[in-house]
Design a binder for this molecule. Structure first.
Ligand SMILES: Nc1ncnc2c1ncn2[C@@H]1O[C@H](COP(=O)(O)OP(=O)(O)O)[C@@H](O)[C@H]1O
Ligand SMILES: [Mg+2]
Length: 239
């Protein structure tokens, strides 16, 4: 579904060049939910932005649904992103003078989908993220957790192959964080959408099927949670 091969990235300001990611390779199966874990500055957002096609890597390849997005030109990439990729931001990035429902519908407005069809789909998604009663409110009237639910619904409305979330619970308290992670897990199961969730919190990462850890731009582990659990069970029996 998603495959990253020997991906490296450097930023340059014209005078000096800083290498931020070093030969990263890993893959994610369709329908998997993985956490991209690492401390601040380890390169998580850079890796996510590269995979979402928001910028081009210095070296390496990124295959999504069988297509190498690194080789695409601007127009091809824009079209690919519209139909295959969803994004959830830490700061929600909702539009204040649109209602909740209009925010969720917005990606379909750009695809010229009929208003009645858009509305129906948006309302169904608001139901799925648990805030159907907020549809006609403005986003400023919602709590942070509710705003993130709107942003999750918006990311799903185009039925993307993969959704990238950059610290989606970074601005939320622990209880709301748990609710949001639970919603993502449920959507992952019911819709078979692939989720890549960036976090610097071990507890959030522990709830996903798989963890990819970055340290100073290097991929340090690719742990399978199930394997880890089996291993822990083995230790328990030995004691
Ligand atoms: N646009 C940029 N220009 C120069 N350096 C950048 C840019 N974006 C990120 N960096 C640097 O790249 C490193 C990784 O940043 P980032 O990917 O945002 O890490 P994380 O999301 O894990 O906190 C940091 O040292 C950061 O300062
Ligand atoms: Mg970041």
């Amino acid at each position: 579904m998603l495959r990253v091969e020997q991906l490296s990235h450097s930023f340059t300001n014209g005078i000096e060049t800083t290498a931020v990611l070093h030969q990263i390779s890993f893959q994610v199966q369709k329908g998997e939910m993985i956490a991209l874990l690492g401390s601040s500055g380890s390169g998580k957002s850079t890796l996510l932005n590269l995979m979402a096609g928001l910028m081009k890597p210095t070296e390496g390849d990124i295959f999504i649904a069988g297509q190498n997005i690194v080789k695409m030109n601007e127009n091809q990439l824009a079209e690919f992103r519209r139909s295959h990729i969803g994004f959830i931001f830490q700061a929600y990035e909702l539009i204040a003078n649109l209602t909740v429902r209009e925010n969720v519908e917005l990606p379909l407005v750009f695809q010229s989908v009929h208003p009645a069809a858009r509305k129906k789909k948006a309302l169904a998604l608001l139901e799925q993220v648990g805030i159907p009663e907020k549809a006609e409110m403005f986003t400023s009237q919602l709590s942070g957790g509710q705003q993130q639910r709107v942003s999750i619904a918006r990311s799903l409305i185009t039925e993307p192959s993969v959704i990238f979330a950059d610290e989606p619970t970074g601005n939320l308290d622990t209880k709301t964080e748990e609710e949001i992670i639970m919603i993502l897990q449920q959507l992952n199961k019911t819709m078979d959408t692939t989720f890549i969730v960036v976090t610097h919190e071990q507890e959030v990462a522990a709830r996903t099927e798989k963890i990819v850890t970055l340290r100073d731009g290097y991929l340090v582990t690719e742990q399978d949670q199930k394997r880890k659990q089996t291993h822990a069970g083995g230790l328990f029996h030995e004691n």
